[in-house]
Design a protein around this ligand. Structure first.
Ligand code: GLA
Length: 414
């Protein structure tokens, strides 16, 4: 249910805390840490460089967010991109004598704390990756946080980490049951809360359990993390992207401020998807209130890529303060319509064509929840054009794998 999420969050912010018992009884209520009230926006290096993370690359990306002017004259930072996230392969293969994780000094000469300090100096935030098992997902075998949750959480907080992506590979024997999975992630949630108390450092908690071992994430994660993966990894091919969209659409009820379905990171800018498909990823991620984590090398990004990532009108749909994930209102053989209610009473409607040919997709004002107005302003968020109409039914021609995204404003009551 959506309403309890918001009520609980507001209450918890005032009260300062929610008891574990209260949280346990209400599985769909959001983790009340006051963070990620809109879907996180930023960058993660995995889709761009895989295991090739480095301080230099993270700093370069932060610089790009901060200084590079897009064609509209503003920066990605000004558009709301905030987190610069280090993925797997940042650590040495062994903990130190005190059991602490150690950043690889060749890759991170200033450590995670030095990197965080630099990123913070630009007004941005730093994210880090870990794993809830014995080792991270990389075949290189970096240490996981299993049974080190509190220690690692405190370390991350002391380093100045603002966002933690907690993966689910390489579990100890017996640790991949549903109960054990929830317990492992709850241990890190509690570790982060304790570290925050001690250091003041607030850390967004991103659960990277991808439905592994047949265990759904969405029914327990809202009270444990701020976002949770809902699918296996995104790839730069349409079949995978489409299957991810398919899986994420029915989960709308679980999303709300502080608690987001995570259909994985953006592939916008990476070879393998057409420009139309890249716009579909970005537009559907916004429609589904998904995190917008860029995953391409920004230094060599084309104007086309930056225009997609910097589309302020699409970003506004993603970041809308009401925090609704768009719900599907029709699916006519892969011609799908989703509607996302927005805070000012507008609705963002996605006309998504999954099929292999251009097609017309239709819907009505009442189907998308704004029936009964005398007229409508239809703003096309990719074409940046507004059409005014008194008609309460609309048809869009949508290319194969494309998405037309309209922001619909009911202009007057009948
Ligand atoms: C898993 C995650 C990816 C990435 C890699 C790193 O596959 O789902 O997003 O973090 O691990 O090894």
């Amino acid at each position: 249910m959506r309403r309890p999420i918001r009520v609980l969050t507001a209450f918890a912010l005032i009260a300062g805390a929610v008891t574990a018992a209260a949280v346990a009884q209400t599985p769909a209520e959001a983790l009340a840490n006051g963070l990620a009230l809109t879907p996180p926006m930023g960058f993660n290096d995995w889709n761009a460089v895989g295991c090739g993370t480095s301080e230099a690359f993270i700093k370069q990306t932060a610089d790009f967010f901060h200084t590079h002017k897009l064609s509209d004259g503003s920066t990605l930072q000004q558009h709301g991109y905030q987190y610069v996230n280090i993925d797997d392969c940042w650590a040495l293969p062994s903990r130190d004598a005190h059991g602490n994780l150690v950043p690889d000094p060749k890759k991170f000469p200033d450590g995670i704390s030095g990197t965080a300090a630099y990123v913070h100096s630009l007004g941005l935030k730093l994210g880090l990756y870990n794993d809830s098992g014995l080792k991270t997902c990389s075949s290189h075998g970096f240490p996981g946080s299993f049974r080190h949750e509190a220690q690692d959480a405190l370390q991350f907080a002391k380093w100045g980490v603002d966002y933690l992506k907690d993966d689910n590979c390489n579990q100890a024997s017996g640790q991949d049951t549903r109960a054990a999975t929830i317990q492992r992630y709850t241990a890190m949630r509690d570790g982060l809360a304790a570290a925050r108390k001690q250091t003041g450092q607030a850390i967004v908690f991103s659960i990277c359990q991808k439905g592994d071992n047949g265990i759904n994430t969405e029914d327990w994660s809202p009270e444990v993390g701020n976002l949770w993966r809902t699918t296996s990894d995104v790839h730069t091919n349409w079949t995978r992207l489409d299957s991810i969209i398919d899986k994420n659409i029915p989960l709308a009820q679980y999303a709300g401020p502080g608690a987001w379905n995570d259909p994985d990171m953006l592939e916008v800018g990476n070879a393998g998807l057409t420009a139309t498909e890249q716009r579909t990823q970005f537009g559907m991620w916004a429609e589904m209130a998904a995190p917008l984590l860029i995953g391409t090398k920004l230094a060599s990004a084309t104007t086309q890529t930056l225009d997609i990532l910097g589309n302020a009108e699409v970003i506004a749909v993603d970041q809308d303060s009401l925090g609704r994930q768009g719900v599907q209102v029709s699916d006519n053989g892969g011609l799908r319509v989703l509607a996302k209610k927005l805070a000012n009473g507008d609705v963002a409607v996605a006309f998504f064509n999954e099929t292999g040919a251009t097609a017309s997709i239709s819907t009505t004002a009442s189907a998308v929840g704004v029936g009964g107005a005398a007229s409508y302003a239809l703003r096309d968020l990719w074409a940046h054009k507004t059409t005014n109409t008194t008609s309460p039914s609309w048809t869009e021609s949508v290319p194969s794998h494309g998405t037309v995204l309209l922001r619909i404003h009911p202009t007057a009551a009948k």
